[in-house]
Design a protein around this ligand. Structure first.
Ligand code: ADP
Ligand code: MG
Length: 257
């Protein structure tokens, strides 16, 4: 998709859990080549929004369009096949396997919530050519995120920040158009956050589009092109980092109440 064209269009999306309205008529757009941040206090509906966009949850009302096509309610696998890849908050790596193998397994497992021994077995059953192709794809993804020099180390020997970047390499193996990152900077040290931000900026420079949920304001402000702010299930503001920093409703949500 050409830079600046609408990639993900969320339109008046609502999600109810029984009587609780977790997401209430939220609309926003992610344009191709942008990094968009989704922020807001605890319980604002960020994770639910993420799960709706990636197809893990079905909206009660409203639509999600991805590359012009309605995808709401299609399920996570179908949406992943169309070019959306996501990471999860809790890193699931096979610590005794190499960085390269971990990424290749991700390439094989695609939507790998099943990541584990079964997947490793499945990998062993692959024919040589398929295996070689997956390893080449994995090496390319590691190159993209600047981890190629660590490909033969065991995943368990990496620092948390590098493991987080490895997760991103794994998501890149699906050849996604849009990356969804769930709190990628959580628990990282300052320098690790910087390294992660640099990786994401590099991906953006290569044409990748990214939607991220993040608590760390400094991280979000330095990285994103556009920010959507939620509180109590509704969108209370959106704009550039500069606009959001001085937005009265945002200041109120974070400092008030
Ligand atoms: P955030 O990620 O911004 O902290 P969430 O999207 O996790 O917020 O939650 C928004 C609201 O929806 C919260 O009140 C939460 O308790 C509720 N909620 C989230 N998921 C479920 C669920 N599966 N069932 C019932 N309530 C839920
Ligand atoms: Mg959450």
């Amino acid at each position: 998709p050409p830079a600046g064209s609408p990639l993900l269009q969320v339109d008046t999306m609502t999600k109810r859990f029984g009587g609780l309205v977790a997401v209430n008529g939220v609309s926003f757009t992610v344009k191709a080549g942008e990094i968009v941040g989704l922020i807001g206090p605890n319980g604002a509906g960020k994770s639910t929004t993420f799960n709706l966009v990636s197809g893990l949850l079905k909206p009660t009302e409203g639509t999600v369009r991805f590359m012009g096509e309605a995808v709401a309610g299609h399920g996570a696998r179908a949406i992943a096949r169309r070019g959306m890849a996501r990471t999860f908050q809790h890193v699931k790596l096979l610590p005794a396997m190499t960085v390269l193998e971990n990424v290749a397994l991700g390439a094989h497992a695609r939507l790998d919530s099943v990541m584990g021994v079964d997947v490793a077995r499945a990998m062993l059953r692959l024919d040589r050519r398929t295996e070689a192709r997956l390893l080449a794809e994995a090496a390319r993804a590691l190159e993209q995120v600047g981890l190629a020099h660590l490909m033969h180390e065991t995943a368990g020997s990496l620092a948390l920040g590098q493991q987080r970047i490895l997760e991103i390499a794994r998501a890149l193996c699906c050849d996604p158009v849009l990356l969804l990152l769930d709190e990628p900077a959580a628990g990282l040290r300052h320098l690790e956050k910087q390294a992660l931000a640099d990786v994401l900026k590099r991906l953006r420079a290569g044409g990748m589009s990214i939607l991220l949920v993040e608590h760390d304001m400094e991280f979000v402000m330095q990285l994103t092109d556009h920010i959507v702010v939620m509180e109590f299930g509704t969108k209370i503001a959106e704009g550039t980092p500069e606009q959001i920093q001085v937005h009265p409703a945002v200041i109120e949500a974070y400092l008030g109440g």
